[in-house]
Structure formats: C-alpha cells, structure tokens
Design a protein around this ligand. Structure first.
Ligand SMILES: *[C@@H]1O[C@H](CO)[C@@H](O)[C@H](O)[C@H]1NC(C)=O
Length: 305
C-alpha cells in the first residue's frame, strides 16, 4: 500500500478508491510544496573553477560569471563542499546564436567508482533551432536513464532557474518552478539503487561535444562563431555539507527538505509534470524498447520515472 502512495502519487485517486483507509494520509498531499526560493549568492561563496581558469569571466563583483568555449578549450567549475541531500539551483542563460555542438552541463556527482550522479545537459543548436535538455540519473555507477525535452521558452534569451531537490524520498529536477522529472526512492525491492549514502559535489561546464550533441552529431560546431558564452548567476546551495566519505548527514531528517511536504509532489506539480511529458518530451529511456527490450525496473512501477 505504501508503494501505491510513494510510487504512483499521480494515481492517488485510483489508489484511494481501493484503500479508503489511507484517505487521511493522502490528504496530507495537499501540503506538498515547491522548494524554497533560491537565494542569490556570489559565485565564490560556494564554487571554485575546475579547469581553464582563464576561460571564466567574473562580472558584477563575482555575482555573475561567464563560461567561454573556444577552439582551444571549454571550462568548468565545481562546488567547494560535498553534500548529502538539499536544494541546489543556478540561473543560466545558454549560449546564444549558433550553439550547435556545444553542451552546457549542470550536475551533481559523487567522486567514487560506483558513483551517483544527477544531470542536466543542455544541447545547443543552430541559430533559431531549439535546444534540448537532457537529464540522467546514475545510481551505484549505473546510468542509461536519459530523458530529453524541448523547453517551453528560448533558454538563450533570459536567465532561468535550473534546480535539483534531493532528499531521502525523491530527486526532483525543476526548470523555474516546473518539475520536469522525478526519480523516486521506492524501487529498492526491484534492485534499483537510490543515492543516499554518497555525498555529491555540484559541477557545471561548457564544452564541445559535436560528436553527439546536435542532431546526433550531424551538426558540427562552427568555430568561426566562437567564442561561445554561457552566463550564470544565483549560486544557491542549501544542502547538508558532509565530508567526502560520510555515509549520512549530521542533521539528516531534520532539515526543511526532509519534511512531509517535500517527500512527494502535490497534485498541481504532478499536473505540470504531465504537461511537460505530453507536450515537450522527445525521448524517454522508459519507452525505448529497441534499446531496452526488458523495460528498466523503475519504469515498470512508476510512470513518472
Ligand atoms: C536542433 O534542431 C533540429 C531541427 O529543428 C532538431 O531536430 C533537434 O532536435 C534540435 N536539437 C538538437 C540538440 O539536436
């Protein structure tokens, strides 16, 4: 019965008709809430450059930065701290104009061999053609969970919020306030791991991936258009900082993201997720029967996986 609630909240009504006793419990679903509004903090508060330091430009006293990709190199940065759970957000304005072949990434990753990872990857395109947002989740070193969507706005025109809410119950990918993907911690019995005991760092980078990114690698980076520039601000990190080898976080279970209203999406959020699925999804590994003749286990149970 719990899995009914946990894994299929969008089907809550169906569950409820067969489990009237759960009415009281499920009613608490209306308490579900969007994550806290990210706080704008300067880059240097939470992040350091990772490589090609001269390709990062600091503006507005370090509140804004720009990553530059040219023929010689891309660049990237990473969080100072490692975190077990929390809410991580960034405002990004993607490479404008002809960005085909470029990839801008924002992701969380643990540092060990059987690593966990939560990815946003923005695949550029020719001028006027739509970006693709690809997401993925690795657990215990296993990925292959790609989903791809088009965005409902031009991500090069303005800054937008890209955020991850990660707690013991779920991982939620958010674009502005819209949940575009969830990965729930309810499939342990099917052998699906959930990231819960390996702290992750936050990373971002801009690099050339014209061997695969745009129309599967058909569109190459036009270096005559370089440098390619992605702009960032709002380096919000609200996580439980933990040493790299920690297995749990000191305040686990006590922080805002652990509370009931963040353990599942509410009905409104599920409707928005459905809207993204129906109107903007262009690829979902769950429905790729050529690649996965046996449906990945988490997809069987959770249509929102
Ligand atoms: C780029 O534009 C083409 C043509 O509209 C489209 O098929 C493709 O999905 C777009 N995005 C990427 C990253 O290839």
């Amino acid at each position: 019965m719990m899995s009914c609630l946990w894994c299929r909240s969008s089907w809550m009504i169906i569950c409820l008709t067969s489990h009237l006793l759960l009415l009281g419990l499920a009613g608490s679903g209306v308490l579900a809430a969007a994550p806290r509004t990210p706080v704008n903090v300067p880059f240097g508060r939470n992040y350091v450059p990772t490589w090609a330091f001269d390709h990062i430009k600091y503006l507005n006293g370090g509140n804004d930065i720009q990553l530059t990709l040219d023929k010689s190199t891309g660049t990237g940065f990473q969080s100072k701290g490692s975190y077990l759970f929390g809410h991580f957000s960034m405002q990004i304005k993607m490479v404008p104009g002809d960005s085909a072949g470029t990839v801008t990434a924002f992701y969380l990753s643990s540092q060990n061999s059987e690593h966990d990872e939560i990815d946003f990857e923005f695949l550029g395109n020719r001028t006027g053609q739509p970006y693709i947002l690809q997401t993925n989740v690795f657990t215990g070193g296993k990925g292959n969970r790609e989903q791809r969507i088009y965005l409902w706005f031009d991500p090069t025109a303005d800054y937008h919020f890209y955020s991850i809410l990660w707690n013991l119950y779920q991982i939620v990918f958010l674009v502005d306030d819209v949940p575009i993907r969830i990965f729930k911690n309810c499939n342990k019995d099917l052998g699906v791991k959930f990231p819960f005991n390996q702290p992750m760092k936050i990373y971002s980078s801009l690099w050339n991936a014209d061997d695969w990114a745009t129309r599967g690698g058909l569109e190459k980076t036009d270096w005559s258009k370089a440098p390619f520039v992605a702009s960032y601000r709002g380096f919000h990190v609200d996580g439980c900082e933990a040493s790299v080898n920690a297995k749990f976080c000191d305040t686990q279970g006590k922080r805002w993201w652990d509370q009931k209203e963040f353990q599942d999406l509410d009905a409104f959020q599920y409707r928005r997720l459905q809207w993204v699925r129906q109107k903007y999804t262009i690829y979902n590994y769950c429905t790729d029967t050529t690649r996965f003749p046996l449906m990945p286990p988490e997809c069987k149970r959770d249509r929102d996986a």
